[in-house]
Design a protein around this ligand. Sequence first.
Ligand code: DC
Length: 227
Amino acid sequence: MIQIAIDGPGGAGKTTLSKAIAKKLGIVYVDTGAMYRTVGLYVRDHGFAADDVPAVCALLPEIHIEVKFEDGVQNIYLNGVNPGDRIREPEISMYASGVSKIPEVRAFLLETQKEIARKNSVIMDGRDIGTVILPNADLKIFMTASPETRAKRRYIELTEKGQQVTFEQVMEEMMARDAQDAGREIAPAVPAEDAVMYDNSGLTFEESLESLLVFIKEKLGDKLENL
Ligand code: DC
């Protein structure tokens, strides 16, 4: 079993790169942000604010989140239904960040995340993977890129999906969310002490993927061969 922890702010390329690495190595890619987004979606759909702590906590017992890996892809089921791209709406990004500050929400999702890593070799991405979820991971990478690069990637991603947003809106929302995620009291989005910092500003996806694969193979060599 191997565990690779990928943390970092939004738009750093964690998801696309982790997915591609998982495929190359034949391990499971776990997107923990999607789980916070699913809670955020449920809270929004029930008309509550993300910072309404009593209301969010009261909703938790009604939320059943199931994570399934189908054809190598992580699918989330919220009370039996896959919410699909609804969790990717820009509004849901802020809801996810908002509810992720609540200790009860983090505790609610923690065991699901740990259990997946107990049962599978994983590359897991999020904000607290190296610090809280997989403190003994074989490799921890804190991935980042300049704010301009990250906002540009997010902007392209959203407009390609048909979302009506401006670059300025994306940049503003991203900075606010990163500040909230890094500044919160519980499990802040900061690098683990033993994390390797990886800034991919100015690199294409292919360049990043190639350099990361070389790095991972160098670090995990034998373990990867014995998977
Ligand atoms: O990775 P993402 O953008 O889909 O994550 C959405 C939000 O969820 C993010 O702003 C903070 C929260 N999150 C978290 O607190 N811890 C994680 N491990 C993953 C995400």
